[in-house]
Design a protein around this ligand. Structure first.
Ligand code: MN
Length: 365
């Protein structure tokens, strides 16, 4: 582990502490609508900072909502409390850390006038994130890592921060859900850390999280996803239309990609004034992050991701339903054309319905 060599350990602790710049509080922010990797990274960093400076008051906060059942269950068992950012009071003597996201990435609620003290992430830098990263005292971005949790766990090991059963359970679920049990985008480091953590895990809890009970809406969302699903050559997708829980988009993309013979999944939905897109690819060399950036950035959206997992959003303020619907469809067609090389995409087939559903046409939601 690179940070564990000789003087590097002392240096890591020192660099983290000095990044706080003498502030007595640290607010650790995840990306909006946090996932298990974001939660686990935040908890790991909280433990690291608390052990380096027991006087520092550490809080973990997020923007957006936690919608997915597994994530809600995970949240209940985390070793630290996590709260919506709106519940964090006071801005004095506060340093900010970002985990699993970057300043100006478009997916976090770091106040605009703030330079973070610490950024730990495994997503590639973007044009929008570079300027603030340059003035951030502590930046550790490792794009070769399958999960951000792995980076933070390496810190814990180097600095000999004790890992409780609850912490190990969170860390393991962070890595396994992000990498689909190490099968997707996992690096050698992810595998090593995962294997070292497993003996510490509360397996009953882990099982409770992974197989958590779902509310009725889950099945309603699933029905919409399937009814609206379409297939074009090796691409499967679904347009969900307006939704109340943004986590559904990624969940449906993972679900659809399980379809045999398909190599890409694209799912779109409309949430909180934005069109959200989630991409998934079977092949580990697919450059999904690049594809979604090309798709959205020319329309003024923000996007990012890895080879097999990517996503983004497009602000739709001021657009009518009809215009949003057209934008939604044109993004899908753009994507299909890009992936299949077909210039004039026609005859997109519904997956199971008699005809292709337009989620914007009915308001029976
Ligand atoms: Mn992540």
């Amino acid at each position: 582990m690179e940070n564990c060599d000789d003087g590097m350990v002392a240096d890591l602790g020192q660099r983290l502490l000095s990044a706080l710049g003498g502030n007595s509080r640290l607010v650790i922010l995840t990306h909006n609508n946090p996932d298990p990797d974001a939660f686990a990274s935040a908890c790991g960093l909280a433990a690291v900072i608390s052990s380096l400076d027991p006087e520092c008051r550490v809080q973990i906060a997020y923007g957006g909502i936690v919608g997915r059942s597994e994530n809600r269950t995970m949240m209940r068992f985390l070793p630290y409390k996590v709260v919506p950012f709106g519940r964090v009071r006071g801005r004095d003597n506060v340093a900010y850390a970002l985990v699993d996201t970057q300043p100006n990435a478009g997916n976090n609620v770091l106040p605009e006038d703030k330079v973070p003290a610490i950024v730990i992430d495994h997503h590639p830098r973007k044009k929008t994130t570079r300027p603030l990263l340059r003035s951030t005292p502590f930046v550790d971005i490792r794009t070769g890592y399958g999960s951000c949790t792995t980076i933070v766990t390496e810190y814990m090991q180097c600095l000999k921060v004790p890992i409780s059963a609850a912490m190990a359970t969170a860390l393991v679920y962070g890595i396994s859900s992000e990498t689909q049990h190490l099968g997707r985008e996992a690096s050698q480091q992810d595998r090593r850390i995962y294997n070292e953590l497993v003996p510490l895990v509360n397996m009953r809890r882990l099982s409770q999280i992974e197989f958590s009970r779902r509310p009725r809406e889950h099945y309603i969302h699933t029905r919409t996803a399937i009814e609206n699903a379409f297939v074009y050559r090796q691409v499967i997708g679904s347009r969900l239309g307006p939704i109340k829980n943004p986590d559904v988009v990624a969940e449906v993309a993972d679900f659809l990609l399980l379809h045999e013979r398909m190599s890409w999944a694209i799912v779109t939905a409309f949430y909180s004034g934005k069109l959200i897109i989630s991409l998934r690819a079977v092949d580990h060399r697919s450059q999904a992050g690049k594809v979604v950036r090309q798709l959205l950035e020319k329309n003024g959206g923000t996007a990012g991701g890895h080879n097999q997992v990517a996503g983004g959003q497009l602000n739709c303020q001021g657009l009518s339903d009809r215009e949003i619907s057209e934008l939604d469809l044109s993004l899908i067609i753009d994507f299909l054309s890009q992936i299949t090389g077909v210039e004039n995409v026609k005859k997109i087939k519904p997956l199971v319905s008699a005809e292709l559903n337009d989620p914007w046409a009915d308001d029976s939601e």
